[in-house]
Design a protein around this ligand. Structure first.
Ligand code: BGC
Length: 758
């Protein structure tokens, strides 16, 4: 008989990322977890342990391609195996309820059908490797403001039809082995303790036989969480399990059978993840490039794209040089190499406008040495971060040394971003020795986005200096960065310079986007405007060059006030490590921009039917009920900037036929252009009799059609029973006549047919 305390050991983290080995229970090794979702970071959270960085989840959803999502999952399974990770904390399938959601970039869509379909494929791919996927964050964690405490008030119908729906699909069809309980409360009960949602619905009704893992630090109450259905409490720090759980069982507050069930679930997890599977190797860099190109949404094109090779290009924008390849927060990974647009496109470059408020990490290599130990690591740039110190080492200090080269003469700026005691020397001269205090009381914010101090340094053009930062290590975690900024002109001069460069070119490609201060974890957005002077930059460039292509490097919607002034707009999301190569592929027509919008883009934030994410007295009321995203846009008079499903390719399509065959729609399309292409065929369902209690139309399914010029192809798209049901104390099919519509996007419906569900 295994003792209670041994069983309980298996249920809580022994550190930040692992469950302990419990040989008495047949688990001879720790079970290792890692974030997710665009790569597998591993346990150390450091550039010293690089990972493939794929495009943001919004980008993956924009491909509308389940077989591509499954290949992505396979690559991540492979990465997890390479890094000794058994459990991947992904995918994130919360919905795009408001464009202000800080982690919007990390979730798929405003639509539960699209989210569920992409999620199923991703999970299957990951789990083929015997790596568990943990679908998160269960449930209604659709924004970040007061995320640890917010109480989301939402109707049962909206939960069932929207917020639970992707989880249900992924659990039932994808067979996910894990689910993460969110930080927030739903209808008065915090999610880690939510017996109705976790025990009754997830484990009971849906038959989920995997583990429920708490979000990091989300579980507090020993009895309520165990009774509420939580299995694993993460991380070690602050865990309500351990002795407290043993005591709760002994005192009779928690039946031991609940602990036994949780243990059985972890043992099942271990059985699932213990053995490595032998699968063909996926080329991660190539896949990152393919997914990026396939995700880019060509929103506007007057014919300027694709560009002819040999065109004289002006490439403009801070993000063209320092591409923002991923969103911030726990979704971050460290790619071994990032390709920026300037590296992939032959062009004359100008910054134009720099929206960043902090200096970027100095380009490396830098050597990090753990003083008092023999450990050292080479880092690609000036960012030094170890969430967990390698081999459990606790150095007295860490030094970061490398060289800074001046391509321009004048006043450079060096910066330290971090908290604690530092010294900074450049060319043997001490620029700083002292302490930097935290500027926020939120530990996550201090760790992920620490304060910055800047120091001027005069350098001549071509000069190189040795730079050393020393940081006294006070806690077993290191997080600081050495930033570097070259001398640049005033904002006015930068725009003038970009305008001059654009005027002399055949085509101006302006890369604009958001920064890490805009899209990250732990806070929501307050505006959809592009930061800094980027809007002004685009308008001024477009005035001198009618062939201006704007590349929008943002994980989620932004306002595009200049849209009618430019020749093309390409939405590239956070494109992952192959950003520049994928952009070149699409601009020059090597690849077709394959993306379609997974979420509606408004003209201005205030047009968004659901905007505010700020709770009132701790409560965030989902008073719009089942009407979010395009479901709500269709009920109003306002036209969005770009509708759900929108996206152009490099060819054109004629919709030739729509036949209903049994429970399936067969759509025939012809490629009427001169090059091969792919069309995402979307099928919407609309009740024939207007019914105020239901949306005007909704997505039932989709499929990708591929065809050469002049070719005709047909795709079959199942019409699931659920597409005709509402939640009414149970799923109920609403009988009557429906229109089945085959569409290029929700605002470009091409064919329709009548249907009566059985
Ligand atoms: C995030 C989770 C993540 C966890 C571990 C939390 O703050 O909400 O998505 O998996 O941290 O990094």
């Amino acid at each position: 008989m295994v003792s209670l305390s041994v069983k309980v050991r298996l249920l809580s983290g022994q550190d930040m990322w692992t469950l302990p080995a419990v040989p008495e229970l047949g688990v001879p090794e720790p079970i290792v977890m890692s974030d997710g979702p665009i790569g597998v970071r591993g346990t150390q959270w450091t550039a010293g342990d690089p990972s493939i960085a794929l495009p943001s989840p919004t980008a993956l959803a924009a491909t509308w391609d389940v077989s591509l999502a499954q290949r992505v999952g396979r690559l991540l399974g492979q990465e997890a195996r390479r890094k000794g990770v058994h459990v991947l904390l992904a995918p994130t399938v919360n919905l795009h309820r408001s464009p202000y959601g800080g982690r919007h970039f990390e979730a798929y869509s405003e639509d539960p059908v699209l989210s569920g379909a992409i999620g199923v494929a991703y999970v299957r791919g990951v789990q083929e490797h015997g790596v568990a996927a943990v679908v998160k964050h269960f449930v209604a964690n659709d924004s970040e403001t007061d995320r640890f405490t917010v109480d989301v008030r939402v109707s049962e119908r909206a939960l069932r039809e929207l917020y639970l729906a992707p989880f249900e699909t992924i659990v039932r069809e994808g067979g996910a082995w894990g689910v993460m309980a969110a930080y927030n409360a739903v209808n008065g009960t915090t999610m880690t303790e939510h017996a109705r949602l976790q025990r009754e619905i997830l484990k009971g009704e849906w038959g989920f036989d995997g583990v429920i893992v708490s979000d990091w630090g989300a579980a507090h109450d020993t009895v309520a969480a165990m009774v509420g259905g939580l299995d694993i409490a993460m991380p070690a720090f602050g865990s309500p399990w351990g002795d407290a759980l043993v005591d709760a069982v002994r005192s009779g507050d928690v039946p031991e059978s609940l602990v036994d069930d949780a243990v059985a679930r972890v043992l099942r997890l271990y059985e699932r993840v213990r053995a490595k599977r032998d699968l063909p190797t996926v080329d991660g860099v190539a896949l990152a490039r393919e997914v990026a190109a396939r995700s880019f949404v060509l929103a506007v094109n007057d014919g300027v794209l694709p560009l002819e090779r040999g065109a004289r290009i002006a490439l403009i924008g801070a993000l063209a040089k320092d591409a923002r390849v991923m969103g911030g927060g726990s979704a971050q990974v460290y790619p071994a190499k990032t390709v920026a647009p300037v590296e992939a496109i032959d062009a004359v470059y100008a910054i134009g406008a720099d929206p960043r408020t902090k200096l970027p990490p100095a380009p490396g290599p830098f050597v990090a040495r753990f003083i008092g130990t023999s450990y050292e690591a080479t880092l690609p740039d000036g960012e030094a971060r170890w969430m967990e110190l390698p081999d459990g080492l606790m150095p007295e200090a860490v030094t970061l040394s490398g060289r800074i080269a001046a391509s321009r003469g004048g006043t450079h700026e060096l910066a330290i971003r971090g908290i604690g005691t530092f010294s900074l020397t450049a060319g043997g001269r001490t620029l700083f020795a002292g302490t930097i205090e935290p500027d926020s009381g939120d530990p996550a914010a201090v760790f992920l986005s620490p304060p910055e101090r800047r120091f001027p340094l005069e350098l001549a053009a071509g000069e190189e200096v040795e730079v050393v930062v020393r940081h006294e290590v006070a806690i077993p975690l290191i997080s600081f960065a050495l930033g570097h900024g070259e001398p640049v002109g005033t904002p006015e001069e930068l725009i003038d310079e970009a305008v001059a460069v654009a005027r002399a070119a055949d085509v101006a490609v302006v890369v604009v986007g958001t920064t890490e201060e805009v899209e990250s974890e732990g806070f929501d957005r307050t505006t959809l405007r592009l930061p800094g002077r980027q809007d002004e930059l685009v308008s001024r460039v477009a005035r001198v060059n009618p062939r201006t292509v704007v590349v929008v490097n943002a994980g989620s919607p932004v306002e595009l006030p200049w849209v009618d002034e430019v020749a093309a707009v390409l939405l590239t999301w956070f494109p992952g490590q192959e950003a520049g190569n994928a952009l070149a592929d699409v601009l020059f027509g090597e690849s077709e921009p394959g993306g379609r919008l997974p979420t509606t883009w408004p003209v201005s934030a205030s047009d968004s039917p659901v905007l505010s994410t700020t709770p009132a007295d701790g409560v965030l009321s989902y008073s719009e009920d089942i009407f979010i995203g395009y479901l709500l846009w269709q009920r109003g008079d306002t036209t969005p900037r770009f509708a759900f499903g929108h996206g152009l390719g490099y060819t054109t399509w004629e919709y030739l036929g729509l036949e209903i065959e049994g429970d399936s729609a067969r759509v025939t399309v012809r490629n009427t252009g001169v090059r091969s292409g792919r069309e995402v065929v979307q099928v919407y369902v609309a009740p024939r009799e207007p019914d105020d209690t239901r949306p005007v139309r909704w997505l039932a399914g989709f499929a990708v059609a591929e065809a050469g010029p002049g070719e005709t192809v047909a795709v079959a798209i199942p019409l699931p029973e659920r597409a005709f049901q509402v939640w009414d104390s149970g799923w109920r099919t609403v009988p009557g006549a429906y229109l089945i519509e085959a569409a290029h996007s929700i605002d470009d419906r091409r064919l329709s047919a009548s249907f009566h569900p059985r």
